[in-house]
Design a binder for this molecule. Structure first.
Ligand code: SF4
Length: 89
């Protein structure tokens, strides 16, 4: 099943904590996600599970994972994304 995802339309509900961060972070995340094929993105359900764990993680610093340096939203959106601390996969 192909997942139709327009990341610009998802921003309103998916960026709750990124909104508080620099606009540059949000622009970078959009730029990185824009080049990912739709089939390489996880379902909305998987994304939500992952990002909720990141949201409450003590290792998150704003939009970034302090354990790996990645944008958590980018990592949580892609099928190959993994939590470096194995909190989600
Ligand atoms: S990817 Fe893992 S370690 Fe990093 S912020 Fe998310 S839950 Fe925490």
């Amino acid at each position: 099943m192909e997942i139709e995802r327009d990341v610009t339309k998802l921003r309103a509900c998916r960026k709750c904590f990124v909104y508080d961060e620099a606009e540059a972070d949000a622009a970078n995340i959009d730029k990185y996600l824009a080049v990912i094929k739709k089939e390489d993105l996880v379902s909305d359900e998987v994304f939500e599970k992952r990002i909720l764990i990141c949201r409450d993680c003590e290792l998150r610093m704003g939009a970034t994972c302090n354990a790996c340096g990645c944008y958590v939203e980018f990592r949580a959106n892609v099928k190959t994304g993994r939590c470096p601390k194995k909190k989600w996969k």
